[in-house]
Design a protein around this ligand. Sequence first.
Ligand code: FAD
Length: 414
Amino acid sequence: MAATEVIVLGSGFAGLETAFRLRARAGEDAVGITVVSDRDDFLARPGTVRLPFGAAEAPLHVPLAGAFRRRGIGAVIATVEGIDPGRGQVHTSRGRMAYDKLVIATGAATRPEEIAGLAEHARSIAAPGALHQLGADLRRAAQDARHGRLQRVLFAVPPGNHCTVPLYEIALMLDTWLRRRQLRDRVELAFDTCERSFVEAFGPKMHALIAGQFAARGIEGRTETTLTEAHERTVGFADGSGREFDVLATFPPQVAALGCAELPHDDRRFLRCAPDTCAVTGHPEVHAPGDAGDFPLKLGFLAMLQADAVAGAIAAELHGTPPPARPAPVVRHVLDMLDDAAFAEVPLVADGGPGRVDESSARYRVGTGAFWRAGARLAEAALSARFRLGLPFRASTGWAALDRSPCGSVPHHA
Ligand SMILES: Cc1cc2nc3c(=O)[nH]c(=O)nc-3n(C[C@H](O)[C@H](O)[C@H](O)COP(=O)(O)OP(=O)(O)OC[C@H]3O[C@@H](n4cnc5c(N)ncnc54)[C@H](O)[C@@H]3O)c2cc1C
C-alpha cells in the first residue's frame, strides 16, 4: 500500500487532470490514486454544443478503463453519497472508502426549479440528452418556418448560472444553421440575459464582440433582463416585460452536483476554497477544483488549471517541497459560430476577487477568425487523446502550442 492514499471524486475535466497530473509527478509507491465516478467515461462537454445541429455524440465520450490501468490508478464506478471529513471517509453506493487526501471534482448540476415553469417549458443545454431534444425542437421550428409560419427562438440566461458562454455559442450557431437553409428571415432570434453585459465574465471586449455579432446577424439581444417565469409559449421578466416564443433554450441556475453539508459551502452548495490551491477552507486535506468549488466562473479550461494547482500542491507535500507558485488564471475560449469563430483570452485579477477581468493586461484580447474553429477542434482532439492515454492535458501549454501555430495571432477587437 502507498504511503498516501488520494481519492478523486469525479471523472470530468478537474478529476482526470488532477489524477493524471499527480500520477505524472508521483509513482505508485509514493501515492495511491483512486478515481470514484458514477460514469466510466469522460464526457467532452464543450463539443456538446454541436449536438442540436446534427453532430454525433459518440466521439465526445472517451473510455477511461485503459487509461486508469496504464497509469496504475484505481477506478470505482459508484455514486458518492456523502463525505465524513472527521473520519476521512467517503460514503459511496458501493461502501465506504478511507482517504488521506480527498479531491472533490464532482462538478455542477442545474436547478431549473428556481424559476417557475423553466423545467417544463424550456430546453436546457446542460446535458447531451436535452441538447438532442433542443435539436429536435429546432428542426421542427425550421419545418414550420419552411411552411410559412414565422418562428421565434428565445435564448435566456437566468440568474445563478456561472457558465453563460455556451448559450451564446448555440444562438450564433443557430443563426448560421438557419441561413444555410435559407430560413433565417422566417425565424426571429432573441437573446435575453440577466448579466450586465454579454458574457459578462469575459469583460467589455467580449461584450463589444457579441453585440457586433448580434447586430450583424439580426439577433435581438438584451442585458440586465432577469427571467422570472416561463409558460407554454411566453416568458416574463423582472421588469414586467414579456416575450413570446416557439422554442426556449436556457442554461438553468447551477448548484454543486454533490452536497457536502459537513464542509463549508456557499448558498449554491459550492465548496468554499482557496483560489490558489482549491483547498477547502479549514480542511487542507480536501481540495475542490473545477465546478464543485466556489470560483464564480465555471469552465472546463479553468477546471484543468485548478486541477494542475491541486496536483502540484499534493505532490509538493509528498516530496516535502514548497507548493509551486501559481500565476493568476488566464481563460482561453473559442466560441464556434459554424461560419466563423471568436477567440477570447481573458486574464483574471489575482487579488481583486476571483472571476474579475484584468482589463489593463496586454493579454486581454478577443478576436474573430474561422481558423479558430480548426484550432478549437484540434485542442478538443488533443485533450481526448491525452485523457485516453491517462496523460494530463496541461491546459496552458496545450493552448500555447496553438499560439505558435500560423493561426495564433489574435487581432484586437475594437
Ligand atoms: C453545453 C456546454 C458547453 C460548454 N463549453 C465549454 C467550453 O467550450 N469551454 C470550457 O472551458 N468549458 C465549457 N463548458 C463548461 C465545462 O463543461 C465545465 O466547466 C466542466 O465540465 C467542469 O469540469 P468538472 O470536472 O468540474 O465537472 P464535470 O465535467 O461536470 O465532471 C463532474 C464529474 O463528477 C461525476 N459526478 C457528479 N456527481 C457525482 C456523484 N454524486 N458520484 C459520483 N460521481 C459524480 C460526473 O459523472 C463527472 O464525471 C461547457 C458546458 C456546457 C454545459
